[in-house]
Write a protein that binds this ligand. Structure first.
Ligand code: MF3
Ligand code: CO
Ligand code: CO
Length: 269
């Protein structure tokens, strides 16, 4: 098993840059997420912004054959939705856009939910809010010296307390000069010995939570993952670096800082 890289301050500067650009894409696209737009068009806007304005590489494009620059996942789609000109958004849809950029060889990975038209049914609204809070619960858990499985334990406990379920098949991951590396970040408790967190470790937390049962299935296109029971699913993702006193949320957005439920520098000790 490969060791988990401890990033130097120089590398952290590079990752911070990549993460800021990745988070900027999620902010940039928000006004375009409206009824009538296709996920294909949203992907094109993100793709052109990344390549032409930001001068970054969209990490998803051609990753293990993925055909688009972003993943866009609607309603019962858990993750890895393939943007398409045939998929038209309608009011009340809940949509995840997942953006990963490569800047100077360093990766920044994040995602958030959008509610098309701003309103949806009460349970889907609660699901989206719980997905965000599940991520925040994870971020509030991270500090050096703890076992990584404490993160999944806290995320699962919170999620189930809200009457939702945690998807098991997909997890957070180490990220840096590769898209996906060690450690695996489970969003549920596993008695797996759990690596001990150390300052300089960089990984994502990205819980996928379902309104119904936890099971997920990959569709015939080889990518799109849906809930087995076709209940709605929601996900938020941040990339972080473990610090001496907690973690730094490298993909944090200004709207989140203003909200005050998390901060860039999380003090968790
Ligand atoms: N961005 C996703 C993640 O959070 C990975 C997408 S891989 C793709 O790990 F190939 F589907 F784009
Ligand atoms: Co990720
Ligand atoms: Co992602």
């Amino acid at each position: 098993k490969m060791a988990i890289p401890i990033r130097t301050e120089k590398e952290i500067v590079k990752l911070r840059e990549a993460c800021k650009l990745a988070s900027d894409v999620l902010v940039m696209i928000e006004p375009y997420v409206k009824a009538g737009v296709t996920t294909g068009e949203l992907d094109r806007i993100c793709h052109e912004y990344m390549v032409n304005e930001q001068k970054v590489i969209p990490a998803c494009l051609n990753y293990h054959g993925f055909p688009k620059a972003t993943c866009i996942s609607i309603n019962e789609v858990v993750c890895h939705g393939i943007p398409s000109d045939d998929k038209v958004l309608k009011n009340g849809d809940i949509v995840n856009i997942d953006v990963t950029v490569i800047k100077d060889g360093y990766f920044g990975d994040n995602s958030k939910m959008y509610i098309v038209g701003g309103e949806t049914n009460i349970r889907s609204k609660k699901l989206v809010e719980a997905a965000q809070e599940a991520l925040y619960v994870g971020l509030r858990t991270v500090k050096p010296g703890i076992r990584l499985n404490e993160v999944g334990k806290a995320v699962q406990k919170y999620t189930e307390s809200q009457t939702f379920s945690v998807v098991r098949e997909y997890c957070g991951h180490g990220v840096g000069t590769e898209f996906h590396c060690e450690p695996q970040v489970l969003h549920y408790y596993a008695d797996d010995g759990g690596v001990i967190l150390k300052p300089g470790m960089v990984f994502t937390i990205e819980p996928m939570i379902n309104a119904g049962k936890k099971e997920a299935r990959v569709m015939g296109d080889g990518w799109t993952v849906k809930t087995k029971d076709r209940s709605h699913s929601a996900q938020y993702e941040h990339q972080l670096v473990v610090t001496e006193t907690g973690c730094e949320v490298m993909t944090i957005r200004d709207e989140e800082i203003a909200e005050g439920r998390i901060s860039r520098i999380m003090v968790n000790v």
